[in-house]
Design a protein around this ligand. Structure first.
Ligand code: FE
Ligand code: CA
Length: 502
């Protein structure tokens, strides 16, 4: 039975003739902006969430407990005048009134614009790009790569600078939110702003935290500027979590993550699990393999920091889990792309504080799962992958390095390159020199570059080469820093190894 009040509210929400749906006092519902993601040759996911009161205590964003129809449209012009696809999706309370529209029927390799309407309210317009047709020749893919945006540590200026590049794709490698309470893990230089409450643990907490982050205009600008391809790392759930973390907390964090990201239904969480590893193809130019190195990894044997830990050298250990590893190696064998790009969370190549055999390596990264690294690396080598490039987040520093099959053998040929992107804001303004990390460049000759500044990575992928610009903003403690290029590298087709440009 529906009581009289709910019936009336539903009537308002679903548009009884003469009664405008979603009218005041709910207020402007598009406070969290719009987003799109996971482009295919025929479409993409368009996302929004209705939340007139983003930080409402109950996590429902100030929405009434009724379904609300949300109209969407996709157009071929930036003003959304020439509409080519439209429809209506129901926003329901069960999913915090988030909407994920899987738009299809579009043309490959072109720009589109989209927006939503609910009642009398119209959302901002977002820009989308469809992927090229399968196997089609492609001249250029421009991709911005990013990770680690701690709201308390700094302004998200780098997100706006990324948006200004007008990339085809924005690849987010995780730590999109941080779960910390407002008094926890402060920025070394002092926090510039505060989280809305204590450490996020429940679904309500995670919903409010995601909503807080999306109230940031720089973040909304980055979402509106280009399709995103997001994967999560640890802080979307809890610092350095593994599959051993209690199921209710994983379930809450995964659900809130899905609700706030432009993900396909295939990524809809099932209780305490979420399928985020997936592939995206950009014509014949690039195949993106997006990994989940958190959910299926074996437990840490020696903590998460740098330590000597012979046990973690056990070749049977895995950071991907068996099923994902099989899927990845299969993907390498099937790939006909010029570039196979592996987007994932934690440092892939070896970084030891002391020269071999006295390995002191970070246990939370692939170094703590070296058997996994060897199998994946050998997997792409044996599959005859033409060019392999690994993209990495998590480290709050820019890094560039070459990848080898065997780091203990000086004659082991180079088999790929790794580009690790710094944080948007985590760690605060940063600095140009860091003795401990600079020392890693000496101990690990395959590592070529390191800089502990905030920023993003801009990749221009072309058939003959990938050009990678390490972009920095010199401060995040105050808004408005310009973006500068701190270093540039290229990787040439069929010639593994980074070439320094600037
Ligand atoms: Fe981080
Ligand atoms: Ca992390």
């Amino acid at each position: 039975m529906i009581d009289r009040r709910s019936f009336l509210v539903m009537g308002l929400a679903s548009g009884v003739p003469g009664v405008p749906p979603l009218r005041a006092p709910y207020g402007e519902p598009f406070t969290l902006g719009v987003a799109c993601g996971d482009p295919a040759p025929d479409g993409f996911v368009a996302w929004t969430r209705l939340a007139p009161v983003p930080l409402a205590e109950d996590g429902f964003g100030g929405m009434p407990p009724v379904p609300v129809p949300v109209y969407w449209e996709v157009a071929t012009d930036p003003a959304c005048a020439k509409v080519v696809r439209r429809g209506t999706e129901e926003a329901v309370r069960e999913w915090a009134h988030a909407v994920h529209v899987e738009v299809g029927g579009l043309e490959p390799a072109r720009e589109y614009w989209y927006r939503f309407k609910a009642g009398p309210y119209i959302s901002p317009i977002g820009r989308a790009v469809t992927a090229p047709a399968a196997g089609a020749p492609v001249k250029t893919l421009t991709m911005a790569v990013t990770s680690c945006a701690n709201y308390q540590h700094g302004h998200f200026t780098a997100y706006t600078r990324m948006a200004q590049e007008r990339p085809d794709l924005i690849l987010h490698l995780g730590d999109y939110i941080y779960e910390y309470g407002k008094d926890e893990q402060p920025c070394p230089g002092g926090n510039v702003r505060e989280h809305e409450g204590p450490e996020a643990k429940t679904l309500t907490d995670y919903r409010r935290r995601h909503a807080l982050y999306k109230t940031d205009p720089d973040l909304r600008a980055a979402h509106a500027a280009a399709p995103w391809v997001p994967i999560m790392d640890d802080h979307e759930v809890r610092n350095n979590w593994t599959g051993l973390l209690e199921a209710p907390r994983r379930e809450a964090a995964f659900r809130a993550y899905y609700e706030h990201m432009p993900l396909r239904r295939s990524a809809m969480p099932q209780g305490p699990s979420i399928r985020l590893y997936r592939r995206l193809r950009w014509g014949s130019l690039a195949t993106l393999h997006l990994l989940d190195t958190r959910q299926y990894r074996d437990r840490a044997l020696c903590g998460s920091g740098f330590s000597e830990c012979p046990k973690s050298e056990d070749p049977g250990r895995t950071i991907t889990g068996t099923e994902q590893e099989r899927w990845l190696l299969e993907g390498f064998r099937e790939s006909k792309a010029r570039w196979d790009i592996i987007g994932q969370q934690v440092f892939f190549g070896r970084r030891t504080k002391y020269p071999p055999p006295e390995l002191v390596v970070r246990q939370d990264a692939w170094d703590g799962y070296s058997g996994s690294r060897t199998r994946v690396t050998r997997g792409w080598v044996d599959a005859g992958v033409r060019n392999a490039v690994v993209l990495t987040g998590d480290v709050h520093s820019h890094w560039a390095g070459d990848l080898a099959l065997d780091y203990d053998d000086e004659d082991s040929p180079l088999v790929g390159s790794e580009l690790a992107v710094t944080s948007i804001s985590s760690g605060g303004d940063g600095h140009d020199h860091d003795r401990a990390r600079d020392a890693l460049l000496d101990t690990n000759p395959h590592l070529k570059f390191h800089l502990r500044r905030r920023g993003y990575l801009l990749l221009k992928v072309e058939p003959t080469a990938i050009a990678a610009d390490f972009k920095i903003v010199r401060y995040v403690s105050t808004p408005g820093a310009p973006a500068l290029t701190a270093a540039g590298f290229t990787v040439a087709d069929k010639l593994p190894g980074l070439i320094r440009q600037a």
